[in-house]
Design a protein around this ligand. Sequence first.
Ligand code: ADP
Length: 308
Amino acid sequence: MIKNAIEIKNLKKIYDNKFEALKSIDLDIPKGSFYGLLGPNGAGKTTTIGAISGLVNYDIGSISIMGHDNKSDYRIARKLIGLSPQELNFDVFFPIRKVLEFQAGYYGLSFNESKERTEIMLEQFGLTEKRNNTCRELSGGMKRRLQIAKALIHNPEILILDEPTAGVDIELRYMLWDFLKKINNEGKTILLTTHYIEEAEQLCDRIAIIDNGNIITNDKTKNLTGKNGNTQIVIDCENIEKDNIIKNFNFKINNNQIIVDTEAPNKTLPNVVEQLNNSNIIINNIEIKKSTLEQVFLKLTSNYASDK
Ligand code: ADP
């Protein structure tokens, strides 16, 4: 049984013999996962997915797709992947039905299979009515849907999406999210690059953050904020008089608020409340604030920049 849909080992990409776009990447993408690759512009996301899907020739390292090396076994490896790149990649003067049929043909589907899959994809993406229109007659949202339909035409095990919702309106974004969640639930492994942190948080069960050609963290989405963020207990009070009202914890006072930094609020909170009670401080409200993924992302990517 293959555990990982994609396994990247020690991947390095140097452009033009001088620019190290990927330094040494190791990444396992479990089969069936919805994996997010997050990072600021220029971090190396597109280069990484280009290397996975065979569009970028890499210098050092190896990539295995469902157990098939994507260099020595590239025919099988590439068939297992459907890629929806950032830039629209079809001839705008072609009827969309033909775009899909030709794409199916490139992947070795027979004439009849190509026609059948095309109709299924047109239906699934709400494009049946436009089947004889050319791509340039489609709206922006329809073009994006066609792009993903094209990536899925050969029914690959793995779908790779590079910034799928860049520039699309909210309605289409939600429609795409629902669709992607559905096909992931049905078993497709999805690798998504995005710089919309909310998108990664909503969709992905695991996230890797890449910055400056390095993976700086890689974990289950729900663990990322816990491990890399912090929690603050914010207490609205009356009668705050001195600075040393709480012992053994880091805290600051902001007008009538005491703000305690903690990694374990469930342990810290009772102790802090007890200390405040002993100091005759009246507590009006208590709030526990956890870092958002966005704060974690900014902290990790800026930490990394200052370490370099
Ligand atoms: P991202 O997708 O995270 O925005 P990219 O993978 O596109 O990042 O780019 C990573 C780095 O590699 C950037 O500094 C970019 O300028 C550089 N780069 C990307 N493609 C090329 C190329 N074909 N030639 C030279 N440098 C490139």
